[in-house]
Design a protein. Structure first.
Length: 344
C-alpha cells in the first residue's frame, strides 16, 4: 500500500458558515488542516474588526480540545470599512487582509462593492500596511463562462498597475486565462486552486442532466481550462496553492428552482487533491502546493506537524450532517483512491 507523508496542510479559502452549521463545518476542516483562511461573507457581512473577532470566537468554541487548528480571518471589503479597522487588522495576529466581492457575484455578496475603483482609498491603506487583498475575480454581467477572464482584463490588470506593491490572491481560479495572468504577473500576485476546479469541468455539471451539487462560482469551465488548472497546481510554481472554497449549503437550498452556488469538499478535500495529483503522476509536488506555498505567501511559518495519506479506497457518503440539516458533499457516492490515515 502506497503512503504519502505531508506537512500538515493549510486551506487558504474556506467557508464555515455560522451558528448551528459550525458544529460540523469547523471540525470538517480542522480534522485535516493546520490553518485555514475563513471567508467573511456572512449576513450581515463582517466589515468591522469587532465582528470578525466575534465570529472567530464562535469558530474556536466548536473545536475539540485536542485539535491544534488555527482559523485566520479576513475582513469583508466594501465602502463601509473604516481605515482604522484596517490599521488594527494589520496588527492582529490572526487577520491577514480583506476580501473583495463584486456586488451580486456570488453567495452573500449583496454587500459587495459596486466597483473596485470605489475602494481605491482603502486599497492604498492596505498596500501601505502590507495586508493581503483576496479577490473574487468575476464581473457580474455577460456570459457566465467568460466572467473571470473579463474581470482580469477590465479590473485586475489596471489594479496591479495602480497598486504595484499590494499583495493579491486571485481566489479559486477556473480558467486558462487566470493561469496565464498569474504566471506572468509580478511576485505579489498569487492564486488559490480548488479540488473541484481540478477534478471537474462543466460536463460534470450539465451532461446528462443538471447536477446542482457541482454548481459553484466561478462556474466549472471547459476541459481545456481544467487542464490548465491542473497544470498550474502541479507545476511547482509557488504562486499557486490550495484553497478549497468549500462552501456548504443545506440540501434543500441546492436542490431547488434557484439552487445556491457552492461545493462542499472540506471533509474529503485532502484526498481529492491527492487524487488529482496522482492522476497527473505528480504526487511529489503535493506537499509544496498544500503546505508550503500558501504559508510563504502569507508570511507565516511552516508547521512542524504531519499527516499521512494512504492509497486506500473510501466512498464519499451521500449526505453529511450540517447543524440541524444535511449537506451533499461533492462527488457523493463516488469512490476515492486516497484516504487520510493519521496525524503524527
Amino acid at each position: 500500500m502506497r503512503t504519502l507523508l505531508l506537512t500538515r496542510p493549510d486551506d487558504w479559502h474556506v467557508h464555515l458558515r455560522d451558528d448551528d452549521a459550525l458544529k460540523h463545518t469547523v471540525m470538517a476542516t480542522a480534522q485535516h488542516f493546520h490553518r485555514a483562511l475563513v471567508m467573511p461573507n456572512l449576513m450581515p457581512a463582517l466589515t468591522t474588526l469587532e465582528s470578525v473577532n466575534a465570529y472567530r470566537e464562535r469558530i474556536l468554541k466548536r473545536l475539540n480540545k485536542t485539535t491544534h487548528f488555527i482559523p485566520y480571518m479576513t475582513l469583508y471589503l466594501n465602502e463601509s470599512v473604516n481605515p482604522n479597522d484596517l490599521e488594527a487588522a494589520a496588527k492582529h495576529p490572526f487577520v491577514l487582509g480583506a476580501k473583495f466581492y463584486p456586488a451580486g457575484a456570488t453567495t452573500h455578496s449583496e454587500e459587495g462593492a459596486p466597483s473596485i475603483q470605489t475602494l481605491y482609498p482603502l486599497l492604498e491603506v492596505m498596500q501601505d500596511l502590507e495586508l493581503v487583498l483576496q479577490l473574487h475575480g468575476e464581473v457580474t454581467t455577460g456570459d457566465i463562462f467568460k466572467r473571470e477572464a473579463q474581470f482580469i482584463t477590465e479590473y485586475l490588470i489596471p489594479l496591479t498597475r495602480d497598486f504595484p506593491k499590494l499583495r493579491m490572491v486571485l481566489e479559486h481560479i477556473s480558467t486558462r486565462a487566470a493561469v496565464e495572468f498569474v504566471t506572468n504577473a509580478p511576485e505579489n500576485i498569487a492564486a488559490t486552486i480548488t479540488p473541484h476546479h481540478m477534478l471537474y469541468n462543466r460536463n460534470h455539471l450539465l451532461a446528462g442532466g443538471l447536477k446542482p451539487h457541482y454548481y459553484c462560482l466561478p462556474i466549472l469551465k471547459n476541459a481545456r481550462d481544467q487542464t490548465a488548472i491542473l497544470g498550474a497546481a502541479a507545476s511547482g510554481n509557488p504562486k499557486f496553492f490550495a484553497g478549497t472554497d468549500s462552501a456548504p449549503h443545506a440540501r434543500a437550498q441546492k436542490e431547488s428552482a434557484c439552487g445556491c452556488a457552492g461545493i462542499y469538499s472540506a471533509p474529503y478535500a485532502l484526498a481529492l487533491y491527492a487524487e488529482a495529483f496522482d492522476g497527473l503522476n505528480k504526487l511529489p509536488k503535493l506537499n509544496d502546493f498544500m503546505s508550503m506555498f500558501g504559508a510563504s505567501f502569507y508570511r507565516l511559518p511552516i508547521t512542524t506537524a504531519h499527516i499521512e495519506l494512504v492509497n486506500k479506497p473510501q466512498t464519499i457518503p451521500l449526505t453529511l450532517p450540517m447543524g440541524h440539516e444535511h449537506v451533499v458533499p461533492v462527488a457523493a457516492g463516488s469512490l476515492l483512491q486516497w484516504s487520510v490515515h493519521e496525524s503524527c
